[in-house]
Design a protein around this ligand. Sequence first.
Ligand code: EPZ
Length: 422
Amino acid sequence: MDQLRITGGRRLDGAVPISGAKNAGLPQIAASLLSPYPLELTNLPKVSDVDNMLRIIGQYQAQVTREGQAVRIDPSAVEPGDVDYETVRKMRASILVLAPLLGRFGHAKVSLPGGCAIGARPVDMHLRVLTALGANVMIEGGYIVATAKGGLSGARIVLPGPSVGATETALMAACCASGETEILNAAREPEVCDLAACLIAMGASIEGAGTHRLLVDGQRTWRPASHHGIPDRVEAGTYAAAAVITGGRIELVNARMEHLASVFQALEAMGATIWPGDRGVVVSGPATHPGGLRPTDITTEPYPGFPTDLQAQFMAMAALADGASLFRETIFENRFMHVPELTRLGADIALNGSVAMVRGRSRLKGAPVMATDLRASVCLVLAALAAEGETIINRVYHLDRGYEQLDRKLAQCGADIERISQ
Ligand code: EPZ
């Protein structure tokens, strides 16, 4: 397993090209199965989660060819098959193929995901959506077996909570349902909007993307399509945090200011300066740093609130702030896996259920640490960039799931970082 060796203390200064959003690309790859016509996705990041999802649809005989950042999917010869436990266990997002296969072929069999590092993450809302659209959903031997003999029928779906994945399942299934479907309490994340835009390019009829109420007309005519996905707001927020925690300055090339309003508000509260650049957004940390980082309280919420996927990264900054910051994680029940590792670097953090009290210290000291999940791993990278001395981060395969060439992008901004292949 590869490691990252980082020696902290350097102010980062440079420009980082923000890749396509992983969490937009994954549902769009699944959505390609809905139609018999080719779908070209022209902004997919080169990360292992995307490679895994492409491999999954390849198992269904979808023909996948990648030319640079563009991927061309030909789903004409797709045959539904089972998605096994090992595949889904490694990547929960595999559940997103359930709706397209059911909608197109009338049956689908996907393993239940099991838990993951950040919580139980059940799929009950996904199954409730399919049942509401007339599917028969059974659990057999750890598998979800969904059938819709006479096809899916449009319905009024009220999601119990704004779930990103369940909203995406509802959108894809509703595109195949006869008649109109209304989805209430829909998630408003940019990745959901981007999926709607991709589906519309493919021939779907969807209104209300970005609001809590979506309307889908199932009478659609699929067609060949090409879609350029949105940039990754979580990656952009991560590199913004790298600029702030090192007291440096990074231009986030292609980042979309409007996707990061709550994140930039929190960064400015901590002492960052942010302005539109020639090619994206420029983020600068406090010139006085080390020192000069202000504490701020963070509560994670559904979009447009503060994103849970940036909670760990902000905790790394809070660990060096001049004061105490209170973190409330409201989306997942176990998303503080980074805390014990941050503590090894000298952070002073007290946990109480879904609340973490972070008392800022004047410095962190490098040490060997262990990555546990995608966003916890990058939190440790950020802390290491500001810590005194050397940090070795183990199990960096977690990072490869969602960050394209992270070590290279940081090194190009002046970081002392090296990937050590074991
Ligand atoms: C998506 O996960 C993202 N993943 C996550 O990013 C992100 O953290 C999350 O949305 C919240 O924004 C992808 O898009 C591939 P949810 P998802 O359904 O869809 C509960 C990353 O690091 N829930 O909005 O799984 C669930 O347990 C990843 O890139 C149910 O109870 O998130 C969670 O507590 C991590 N039943 C809450 O809802 C369900 O059927 C929000 O989950 C579905 C979800």
